[in-house]
Design a protein around this ligand. Structure first.
Ligand code: UD1
Length: 340
């Protein structure tokens, strides 16, 4: 019998790409989302890409404990991937309680429902934000977690701890946390991608919106950093590559291949790229010129961070494969698709 994976936050940017990869790998998927930060555009795209017109959408708010429990009691769920959560760094600083209430409550409800309804496998979507400003790069899973600089970052650390402690205390569950670096791009079909509401905070959506004329000019935040070209360095990971890592992690859990009951993996390419390098690659990959200017540093930005992904490479058998030029072409194709 096919194993069934619940994807909480399954209508969002990462959740929709993960749903596609899970279906293509032969899993049954339950897509659930409260649509608080997205609409059904990507869910409809997932149905088209996979040819699964019958794929059901469950409108569930995971902060509602009884609705969460109901979802688990009325479906056979073998594993859950928990994406549902707020993710705007700046907003989390001005509205911390909104972030703590939402991101912690929803995850606690999911873990409780798993315990009550016999789902043993929990995968949490964490972030490289837990490393803060690292003392040395690349970072491994053993690199220290630094005090979070935003409430958003703090919820990522706290949810990791909630999972670690729950796994330790309750023998019926096990967990994996995947620490994502900077997910960018879109599905090659251009049917799903990032849909920021309002002015984008993240670099690539701002680039594509500038290229299409929705924004006048991209501000490059800081060009006096102690890096080779003065702009920040990141590990930009293709969204489809990132989505595939989830399939490997879920399989590891379901096949009983975990070496510890709680495991953490970096999900990155291992290759740093600066903000300026990314802009140049975007221009070259898509044959256009971007309107940009240098602007002051953005508060809270980390100077340079990239992953050592060797643990995920060795243990999950996963590796980032997509070429950055293809990733940036896909991001641009998605922006153009939205403008159609
Ligand atoms: C942020 C979050 C990270 C989250 C990720 C989601 C922190 C510290 N960072 O990462 O946790 O998972 O978003 O993708 O919590 N930039 C510009 N101009 C712009 C926008 C960005 O120059 O208009 C620069 C930034 O200064 C930064 C780089 O581009 O150096 C990447 O920024 P962004 O895409 O926002 O991601 P992070 O801040 O790395």
């Amino acid at each position: 019998m096919k194993k069934c994976v619940l994807v909480s936050g399954g209508a969002g940017f990462i959740g929709s790409h993960v749903t596609v990869e899970l279906i293509e790998a032969g899993y049954d998927v339950i897509v659930a989302d409260n649509l608080s930060n997205c609409d059904l555009t990507c869910f409809e795209g997932v149905k088209k890409i996979t040819g699964r017109d019958d794929l059901a959408f469950h409108k569930v708010d995971f902060c509602d404990a009884s609705a969460t429990d109901e979802l688990f009691s009325s479906n056979r769920i073998d594993a859950v991937i928990h994406f549902a959560g707020f993710k705007a760094v700046g907003e989390s600083v001005s509205e911390p309680l909104k972030y703590y209430r939402n991101n912690l409550t929803s995850f606690i409800n999911v873990i409780e429902a798993c315990r009550r309804r016999g789902c043993s496998n929990i995968l949490f979507s964490s972030s490289a934000t837990v490393y803060g400003e690292p003392d040395s790069v690349p970072v491994t899973e053993q690199s220290p977690r630094k005090p979070a600089t935003s409430s958003y970052g703090n919820t990522k650390q706290m949810c990791e701890d909630i999972l670690r402690d729950s796994v330790q205390a309750y023998s019926e569950i096990r967990g994996i946390a995947l620490r994502y670096f900077n997910p960018i791009g879109a599905h090659p079909s251009a049917l799903i991608g990032e849909l920021p509401r309002g002015v984008p905070n993240n670099l690539v959506p701002f680039i594509t919106q500038t290229a299409i004329g929705k924004r006048e000019c991209l501000s490059v935040f800081g060009n006096d950093y102690p890096t080779p070209d003065g702009t920040c360095q990141r590990d930009f990971i293709d969204i489809v590559d990132l989505a595939k890592a989830h399939v490997f992690a879920v399989r590891r859990m379901l096949e009983g291949k975990m070496k510890n009951e709680y495991e953490i993996f970096n999900v990155g390419t291992g290759k740093p790229l600066s903000v300026m390098e990314l802009i140049t690659r975007f221009e070259a990959a898509n044959g256009l010129k971007l309107n940009y200017k240098f602007a002051p540093r953005r508060e809270g930005d980390v100077v340079a961070i990239w992953a050592d992904p060797s643990l995920a490479n060795a243990e999950l058998g996963w590796k980032a494969e997509r070429d950055i030029d293809d990733t940036l072409a896909a991001a641009w194709a998605w922006e153009k698709h939205l403008a159609e």
